[in-house]
Design a protein around this ligand. Structure first.
Ligand code: F6R
Length: 603
């Protein structure tokens, strides 16, 4: 977690770094800090606990000299989120910011203490500052000092380092944590993620692992951290529009991103359907050879829910059997899948440590691995045999919304790709997918937000909210519950409808609200009988389903009528908006819910 930024160039650096940090706030927001040249040869460090706004207030009216500057936004792992533990950390003239976890921090700290170094924080990062200083005192060269200083460090890191003796110079290196470089006509950026500097440049290069980047007034050089070999920089233009990373007229990123759902679906389909929309092209998979005997999805959180939908879709349209595993559990089990199985990791960020670890294990066990991610150049894209990109654009709100829509689109495409092209099911399903973005756009455009606000109020009045669903509705139910609890902090859980009577139904009594998405046409009669069981026990049930799907019920929140799976998109939007409105009523911080971070780069 944590976000880091580095800048060197002619601009006033404090403004640049603070603005870039505001775009990285989704990665963590326990504390923040900045280092910049106040005077030639004097680096000023400012840090604040709490949200970035506290640092911004503290720096009001303060500017720095053009040259290098670094900044950090923290999600605490080692040490409480206090000002002392906030980055940057300093050792003599060396000042650095770090994202990652140093696993042998304890022994390194003991060694350094024995050598006379004193520590002022509880962080693992301070160890790095001392190690770099030690090496710098020997060589006087910042790049060499970073290479040498990190030699004994185990764990993951992305760091940006500056030195009081060298204004205009910035050194960065990464291993196991993300870092991208941006270039804009002689000025350079280093950041944990592209949106941080998208306002200034779209020329981007992911920094390869264990390559040291040195940016100085004479330009950028890249050097292998172990062997010192020279690496040539290769910048590429990312297609992201800077406006996509802004809030626009919306109150929150989450709200904006929900309304970007149709665009995320459309962009993810772009170029993957033939001219007449009757074929699916996934060249990334063609390269892997014939269809596999089995697919194993590994993912966490919302991405895991998209994988559950993928299983249902793939198993409906093709003979391929599918397993869905939570990455953190998969990592520590023997893998007894069939030879030739594909292991597909789904990760919006492409940086989730557990999913990367799961894919790594699968690869070592001889399975073909595929990374499905929203972030080109992220870690998952570097270590897998094939990469499938969702194209939701930058997702800033911590709760995943439009990226989920894009993931569902892509797993649906995989199902169509694996199915028999000539079959009626595949043809019908494909035409459903083709019309889905426009239909979702129309639905969101005429959205009844009063009805949602009313439901949101009921949610807040309920002690506990239960989400139920069967078939396709089950992943929607657990995704609805996740969204609600992560941004409202209200107790909520999702269950398969058929499982209720094996325990959870004991929770049902007057005053308990149950929310039931009802878009799976095959299981609707069974879902309706689960609803009756709840109502018989005094629970209140809110249903979300197609307006004319069944004579027996009229949904509390009607969706457009649909044949097949398009309802997944409209029902998901309603669940996302429900959580969003409930959070607004509850007054929580929608885009940055407590204790969470957008990329979970720790195990
Ligand atoms: C929920 C949410 C998280 C992520 C999970 C996986 O709204 O955003 O549950 O889905 O942390 O993240 P990625 O997809 O980046 O691997």
């Amino acid at each position: 977690m944590c976000g880091i930024i580095g800048y060197t160039g002619p601009r006033e650096p404090v403004g640049v770094v603070l603005e870039a940090l505001s775009r990285l706030e989704y990665r963590g927001y326990d504390s923040s800090g900045i280092a910049f040249f106040r005077d030639k040869g004097e680096v000023a460090v400012a840090r604040a606990s709490g949200k970035l706004s506290r640092l911004v207030e503290a720096l009001e009216g303060i500017s720095g000299l053009a040259g290098s500057a670094i900044g950090h936004i923290r999600w605490a792992t080692h040490g409480a989120p206090t000002e002392e533990n906030a980055h940057p950390h300093r050792s003599g003239p060396i000042v650095l910011v770090h994202n990652g976890i140093i696993e042998n921090e304890k022994e390194l700290r003991l060694d350094l203490e024995e050598e006379g170094f004193t520590f002022t924080s509880e962080t693992d990062t301070e160890v790095l500052a001392h190690l770099v200083l030690k090496a710098f005192l020997e060589s006087g060269n910042l790049t060499d000092a970073v290479r040498k200083g990190l030699e004994k460090v185990e764990g993951s890191y992305a760091i940006a380092v500056m030195c009081e003796a060298r204004p205009g110079e910035l050194v960065a290196v990464r291993k196991g944590a993300p870092l991208v470089l941006g270039e804009a006509g002689g000025e350079f950026f280093i950041a944990s993620d592209v949106p941080a500097f998208l306002k200034w440049t779209r020329k981007v290069m992911p920094l390869p692992p264990e390559v040291v980047a040195t940016i100085s007034p004479s330009g950028l050089t890249l050097q292998g951290s172990k062997d010192g070999r020279t690496v040539s920089p290769r910048f590429e233009e990312v297609p992201w529009d800077p406006v996509q990373a802004e809030k626009g007229a919306f109150r929150h990123y989450m709200e904006k991103e929900i309304f970007e759902g149709p665009r995320a679906i459309m962009d993810t389909l772009e170029g993957r359907l033939g001219e007449d929309n009757t074929r699916v092209f996934l060249p990334e998979l063609v390269r892997l050879g014939p269809n596999p005997p089995e697919i194993v999805f590994v993912a966490c959180g919302t991405s895991y829910h998209a994988a559950l939908l993928g299983r249902r879709m793939i198993e409906s349209l093709s003979p391929v059997s599918v397993h869905v595993e939570i990455s953190s559990e998969f990592r520590y089990r023997p893998l007894r899948y069939r030879k030739g199985a594909w292991v597909i990791g789904i990760s919006q960020s492409g940086e989730t440590a557990d999913t990367l670890g799961a894919l790594d294990l699968a690869r070592r066990e001889g399975f073909l691995t595929i990374g499905m991610t929203n972030v080109a150049g992220s870690s998952i894209t570097r270590d897998t045999e094939a990469v499938l990109l969702t194209r939701a654009g930058p997702e800033i709100g911590v709760a995943s919304t439009k990226a989920f829509m894009a993931q569902v689109t892509l797993v649906w495409l995989i199902a169509l790709y694996l199915g028999r092209r000539e079959s009626r099911e595949v043809k019908e399903s494909l035409s459903g997918l083709v019309r889905a973005p426009a239909r979702l756009e129309g639905f969101l455009g005429s959205f009844d937000s009063d009805a949602i606000s009313l439901m949101a109020r009921k949610i807040l009045d309920s002690r506990f909210v239960i989400f139920i669903g069967r078939g396709l509705d089950y992943p929607l139910a657990i995704e609805g519950a996740l969204k609600l609890k992560e941004i409202t902090y209200r107790p909520a859980d999702g269950y398969p409808g058929g499982e209720l009577k094996h325990g959870p139904i004991a929770l049902v009594e007057p005053g308990v609200l149950v929310i039931a998405p009802l878009i799976d046409p095959d299981l609707r009669p069974k879902e309706l009988s689960n609803i009756r069981e709840i109502e018989a026990r005094g629970g209140t049930v809110l249903t979300i389903g197609p307006a004319r799907a069944s004579k027996e019920f009229s949904p509390s929140f009607p969706l457009p009528d649909c044949i097949g799976w398009e309802g997944v998109f409209s029902a998901s939007s309603v669940l996302q908006l429900l959580a969003y409105h409930a959070a607004n009523l509850a007054g929580t911080d929608v885009d940055q819910p407590r204790n969470l971070a957008k990329s979970v780069t720790v195990e």
